[in-house]
Write a protein that binds this ligand. Structure first.
Ligand code: PLP
Length: 467
């Protein structure tokens, strides 16, 4: 009997397939029920898409996980979902997020202008909790302060360093809610020992006693900590969380107003069809750890805030390319050259070796072969040739005479790629930003697509370049 060598069989035997969000219909890949070949035929490639309904699903999922975990262990604090704007600032993302009653985390000065714009458009109520993180420039401090003075009653500036508080002391009229970010220790294999973000753990209590405790202006609300390598079931993660919660207990004993712990972002998303992460277990363990630590310290358990960025928006995004041609550069190295750049359109693949779910849109019944995917820029780093589950990429082989090109999709690319690549700006080798389509539910509840931005033009780039 012939050994099946078809791409479909490879996927079927390696993973469980079809699976949530991915299926095959009439030989073509379907993403969240959307036939991608329809979008390709309508808009062409390269194409980025955002499937907006996924955002609400993610918010609801996380909210359910936390509230159920809290209920199951008798936790008396509340859960607050904040969206961290930096993972995608686009208006359609924020509009969607805000439909789900979430709060906001900001990281720089212009974020505050964004908040004001949303307020003006009636999308964000004045009592939204706005957690202001990051190292504060003069412009950021000024905007935060003006926001508070204009009556946004739940702005919580999070002190990233000790000097920052002086500005609020001088410029905020009336009372000022405040938070403190505790610097975590970095993972043992990282270049630095302590994160540059936040106030070092050993200084936090002193800072609180000297600057906040007896100052009637300030109301300490939140202790913030974020392990930026993400929420993982490792000794390192649990150790850092434990330290932060211990510190919470210590300060809580002297602060009536302190009632929240913010564990930041870092909830992982599916970056492979073989992805396994026990969300329910992790959330329950987090809630349990906080509860137990507070019981030991005899303080009431805090409200828990999260600032999930990638988790909120990552799985809503995809980037679709055509393979323009294949190049066999030696006996074993086959290149599939795509019609855009990986380096500029999916910069995390290059900058931090991030992996995404990679699947062909068509030709699932062709044989498969090992390939390298090459981008259009001249850079030798503009390639993609390994996946999370193995250090190679397999894709369908195809005949150059086949009239339909091979189409490839990178999935769950909705977070960070646009802000890091500088959407619509100058690009390496002047490779343009792809066109961008959003898919959403209209007022009749039907799923519809709309071109958000056409592909970047030469005129747009040349204008920036001064021609
Ligand atoms: C303070 C803070 N909160 C939240 C996030 C969001 O992280 P993620 O997108 O991994 O959820 C970040 C990301 O860098 C962050 O620095």
């Amino acid at each position: 009997m012939a050994v099946p060598n078809r791409y479909f069989d490879l996927i079927d035997q390696t993973f469980y397939f079809p699976q949530e969000g991915f299926d095959i219909e009439d030989g073509y890949l379907v993403f969240n029920g959307v036939p991608l070949i329809y979008l390709i035929r309508k808009y062409g490639t390269p194409l980025k898409l955002t499937y907006l309904p996924k955002i609400g699903t993610q918010v609801k999922k996380a909210r359910n996980l936390f509230t159920r975990a809290m209920k199951s262990v008798g936790y008396r604090g509340k859960y607050y979902y904040c969206y961290c704007t930096k993972s995608s600032h686009f208006s359609y993302v924020l509009n969607e997020v805000l439909k789900h009653d979430v709060h906001i985390e900001t990281s720089s000065a212009f974020d505050i202008d964004l908040i004001r714009r949303l307020y003006k458009k009636g999308r964000l109520p004045k009592d939204t909790i706005i957690v202001c993180n990051g190292f504060k420039t003069e412009g950021y401090l000024e905007r935060i302060t003006t926001l508070i003075n204009d009556g946004f009653e739940n702005v919580i500036p999070i002190c990233d360093n000790m000097g920052e508080i002086e500005y609020y002391e001088q410029h905020v009229r009336g009372k000022c809610k405040i938070g403190i970010r505790v610097a975590t220790e970095e993972e043992p294999n990282f270049e630095f020992y302590t994160s540059r973000l936040g106030i070092r753990n050993a200084d936090v209590a002193r800072f609180f006693h000297e600057k906040i405790k007896d100052n009637p202006k300030f109301e300490l609300k939140m202790l913030h900590f974020f392990v930026d390598t993400g929420i993982k079931d490792t000794l390192y993660y649990w150790g850092e969380l434990k330290k932060a919660v211990k510190l919470y207990g210590e300060i809580k004993q002297h602060s009536k107003s302190l009632n929240a712990i913010n564990i930041g972002g870092g909830m992982p998303i599916r970056n492979s069809l073989g992805f396994e992460f026990d969300y329910k277990y992790m959330v329950k363990e987090i809630v349990n750890l906080i509860l137990q630590s507070c019981e030991e310290d005899e303080v009431p358990e805090p409200d828990i805030f999260t600032e999930f960025g990638k988790y909120t928006v990552g799985e809503s995004g995809a980037a679709i390319f055509s393979v323009l041609g294949q190049k066999l550069q030696n006996d074993s190295e086959m290149w599939y050259m795509i019609d855009n750049s990986l380096m500029t359109t999916l910069p995390d693949t290059w900058g931090i070796a991030e992996r995404f779910i990679l699947l062909p849109i068509n030709k699932w019944h062709n044989d498969y072969r090992r390939v390298n995917i090459g981008g259009l820029s001249c850079d030798n780093s503009d390639y993609y040739n390994s996946e999370v589950h193995e250090s190679q990429v397999y894709l369908p082989s195809y005949d150059a005479s086949d009239p339909e090109p091979l189409y490839l999709g990178f999935f769950h690319t909705g977070a960070y790629q646009d802000s890091i690549s500088g959407y619509g700006g100058i690009k390496h080798c002047l490779i343009p930003s792809p066109k961008h389509v959003i898919i959403y539910k209209n007022s009749q509840g039907n799923i519809v697509d709309k071109l958000y931005q056409p592909e970047q033009t030469a005129e747009e780039m040349l204008k920036i370049l001064g021609y």
